[in-house]
Design a protein around this ligand. Structure first.
Ligand SMILES: NC(=O)c1ccc[n+]([C@@H]2O[C@H](COP(=O)([O-])OP(=O)(O)OC[C@H]3O[C@@H](n4cnc5c(N)ncnc54)[C@H](O)[C@@H]3O)[C@@H](O)[C@H]2O)c1
Ligand SMILES: O=CCCC(=O)O
Length: 498
């Protein structure tokens, strides 16, 4: 496969060290791990394999920086975030090249991610000066009661590889807006984008120790356990799988941390007979195949009502045939590789399971070894059944399983059978049904007549085994705050001299 990486305009954005206490440093042990390009399998470079002692240094730096950072005004923090946002915009091309290089997504998608990611800094720069408390009418005569919002303290942030920029800015933005300092563990598969962001944060004037990034691949679990067990770290925010979320929650119990968990999904995508077929197909394609199916809000189970099932399958499959899979820098490529061969194996096993139980492959279904070991065809399977693995587990890959259904009640029941509840989608022109089904779906987010719901202004998060807490939106900052209530006693009610 032809594969050449375009040079960065600003080569100093490609780092091979960690940003801790305002300085670029390696692991004390001197150990590093290698990061590979998922498209070519070639090495991109190395990053420090940090361990418990390195992570503790980062926590100390964040603890020290908190003393003064928590006293900055919201307006001051807003200006820092705004500068950081602007630097992301100014360096968008380089950030996108890094994302494509380490994650594999096509360059146009990577550019879209940079815009999405930078918008979290813009959004939270606007929220930072508006973290209002309340004035509360007291029950006790003569008392006055009010609340103030305070930063929760040092935060530990753990993010996945599927959005190397957006998952970390979605956490750093509100943490800084609230006045918190932090230690972020960037994903071992995609650490370079986070490091470039740290460099831009440095240039934006974020004070030393406020943002610290540690990297590790093999020591990931011990970094996670250091962050969750440290009494200094008061909050952990994690985005990743449900299994790891449960582990981190257990590990956080002894120190009673505030937690936010954005975990796995298995999104139902429902198309009713009364839907506009063309826009339902477009919505399903956008939702299912975004990042080659590797987003937590990707449609995983596509339910189509019997009356339009055959037609939907035909039109949907024709469109998928038009996709071009390849290296993310190549012209005309619409979909990139999967992150690693474990992801390819899971996708392959979901296809084999469906086929062995009567699913019919309309498009794809195979690995693409000529392109590289992490490539898999964009795949469409019809005649899916509820007991198939794809129906029960998140595929996190490019397989669209099309399930027929009869009634609204049947499909809502099937949709809600999942343990997880992150996003759900449906297409219908019936306004009463729109309200009814949106309210009946057991998910944290619902897209009606759209397959794309992500927006820094909208609260992102799940229910059930998809976790808790909301990111983005007017609710995002509160995840990083505590409410302090103040009662002033004996304030009196009568005016002197009355
Ligand atoms: N809800 C959301 O917003 C959201 C967003 C993106 C991905 N996800 C979910 O993430 C999953 C895909 O990512 P993945 O397979 O890499 O998930 P994962 O849980 O294995 O890894 C996610 C992150 O956690 C780290 N990690 C892994 N084990 C850890 C441990 N023991 N202690 C501390 N950190 C640890 C990894 O290094 C990585 O940075 C999917 O289930 C997807 O739905 C959810
Ligand atoms: O993969 C999870 C995040 C996706 C998004 O924010 O749209």
């Amino acid at each position: 496969m032809v594969h050449s990486v375009p040079p960065l305009n600003d080569k100093s954005l490609l780092k091979s060290q960690c940003y801790i206490d305002g300085k670029w440093i390696g692991a004390k042990s001197g150990k590093t791990f290698e990061v590979t390009d998922p498209a070519s399998g070639k090495s991109i470079g190395t990053m420090p394999e940090m361990d418990v002692s390195d992570c503790e240094v980062a926590i100390k730096a964040a603890e020290k920086a908190l003393v003064s950072f928590r006293k900055t005004t919201g307006r001051e923090r807003a200006r820092m975030l705004r500068k950081w946002y602007q630097l992301m915009v100014d360096n968008a091309d380089d950030l996108a090249k890094l994302i494509t290089w380490e994650n594999g997504k096509p360059l146009a998608d990577a550019k879209g991610e940079v815009t999405y990611a930078s918008n979290f800094f813009e959004w939270f720069s606007e929220e930072a000066p508006r973290t209002y408390g309340d004035t509360i009418p007291a029950t006790v005569p003569g008392n006055r009661v009010y609340t103030i919002k305070e930063p929760v303290g040092v935060c530990g942030l753990i993010t996945p590889w599927n959005f190397p920029a957006a998952m970390i800015t979605r956490k750093i933005g509100p943490a800084l807006a609230a006045g918190c300092t932090l230690v972020a563990k960037s994903p071992g598969e995609t650490p370079f984008t986070a490091a470039a962001l740290a460099e831009l944060g440095h240039r934006a004037g974020i004070p030393a120790g406020v943002v610290n990034i540690v990297t590790a691949l093999h020591n990931t679990a011990e970094i996670g356990s250091t962050l969750t067990s440290s009494p200094v770290v008061r909050k952990v925010s994690f985005t990743g799988s449900t299994g790891v979320g449960k582990l981190l929650m257990k590990q956080s119990a002894d120190t009673l941390k505030k937690l936010s968990f954005e975990l796995g999904g298995n999104a139902p995508f429902i198309v009713f007979d009364d839907a506009d077929l063309e826009s339902a197909v477009a919505g399903a394609l956008a939702s299912k195949f975004r990042s080659s199916g590797q987003t937590c809000v990707c449609a995983n189970r596509i339910y189509v009502q019997k009356g339009i099932y055959d037609e939907f399958c035909k039109v949907f499959a024709e469109k998928v045939k038009g996709f071009k899979v390849g290296g993310g820098y190549e012209e005309g490529v619409t979909h990139g590789p999967l992150i690693h061969n474990r992801a390819v194996s899971k996708v392959e096993s979901h296809v084999q399971d469906a086929v062995s139980q009567g699913g019919k492959v309309l498009v794809g279904g195979q690995k693409l070894p000529d392109l590289g070991e992490n490539f898999f065809q964009m795949t469409v399977i019809r005649d899916m059944k509820p007991n198939m693995r794809l129906s029960q587990e998140e595929t996190f890959g490019p397989v669209a399983g099309l399930f027929p259904f009869e009634t609204e009640a049947d499909v809502v029941k099937m949709a809600n059978q999942a343990e997880v509840g992150l996003a759900g989608y449906f297409f219908s022109k019936d306004i009463q049904r729109c309200y009814r089904v949106a309210e009946a779906l057991e998910t944290g987010m619902v897209g009606i007549n759209t397959g794309l719901i992500s927006d820094p202004a909208a609260p992102f998060g799940g229910v059930k085994f998809s976790g808790f807490g909301r990111e983005g939106s007017k609710y995002g900052v509160s995840e990083y705050e505590v409410i302090k209530m103040v009662t002033l006693g004996g304030m009196g009610q009568e005016l002197q001299g009355s």
